[in-house]
Design a protein around this ligand. Structure first.
Ligand code: SAH
Length: 247
């Protein structure tokens, strides 16, 4: 081997420095916090297992929870708390859901890569981003116009190209792209909206919190069988902002 000259040592040192700079410049400073959040979700899922009827969240869903940058979906002043397992305010009296609940709802939807899914209540766009990594297409509807527009811009900036958004009353679904393999409603309704049941494919699944605002709400799993019959299962008590609108 040729002995290193001071010149080649300098070149190696410069290269090493450049490499170090490149990796730190692109590394996500929130990655360790996100990894901790995923561990926390796994722990909560294990302890809620008996109640929920499944003791773990599917590995595919957990992988996605470890990838989507939740800090990009919360206001600047909430970024420090972005990876805590709790809901956070996103403005207009609304919240981004608790990470465990996002993981659980996604898990219950059993989304497959070719699926088209509908979300009611875009909010920050976080749940839509999680779904975008699992489905072929995500359609999401938000009733508060500035929130819906912000979330849409954010999803575009972060290159979640499979997501289509619109502003409107999600109670009536989005007929144009129906039927859906899965539907998720992220605001509590007083009843399961019939238009959403109609827009669900036979064999499809809907996850929806149902109940009054200050009373107990339950997360429901609504399944439409191949013959069109509908069955409902209560999963666990939850607290969501209300589904509003004129219905
Ligand atoms: N999925 C969101 C959570 C949003 S909270 C996220 O990941 O951040 C629920 C959202 O539902 C709120 O933004 C609220 O404005 C919206 N919402 C309430 N009623 C609605 C309706 N009828 N149609 C569409 N969105 C509605």
């Amino acid at each position: 081997m040729k002995p290193s000259t001071p010149h080649s040592l300098l070149r190696i040192a410069t290269l090493a420095l450049a490499l170090l700079y490149a990796t730190t410049a692109t590394a996500d400073p929130f990655a360790p916090q996100r990894a901790d959040m995923v561990k926390e979700i796994a722990a909560v899922a294990a302890s809620a297992g008996a109640q929920v009827g499944r003791d773990a969240i599917e590995p595919r869903v957990m992988t996605v929870m470890g990838q989507v940058p939740r800090h990009e979906f919360v206001p600047e002043q909430q970024k420090l708390y972005a990876y805590e397992n709790r809901p956070l305010p996103i403005g207009y009296g609304q919240t981004i859901s608790q990470p465990y609940i996002v993981a659980l709802m996604t898990d219950l939807m059993m989304v497959k890569p070719g699926d088209a899914v509908l979300e009611i209540g875009t909010g920050s766009g976080y749940q839509a981003a999680v779904l975008a990594k699992l489905a072929r297409a995500v359609y999401t509807i938000e009733i508060i116009e500035p929130l819906g527009r912000q979330a849409c811009d954010r999803l575009k900036r972060l290159a979640y190209r499979q997501v289509a958004c619109k502003v409107g009353d999600g109670y009536y679904g989005w007929d144009e792209h129906a039927p859906y393999d899965a539907i998720v409603v992220t605001a509590a309704a007083s009843h399961v909206p019939p238009p959403l049941i109609r827009q669900l494919k036979p064999g499809g699944r809907m996850v929806i919190p149902v109940g009054a605002q200050f009373l107990t709400q339950y997360l429901l799993l609504v399944e439409k069988a191949a013959d069109g019959s509908v069955s409902t299962r209560q999963i666990l008590p939850v607290r969501f902002v209300p589904l509003v609108g004129k219905h």
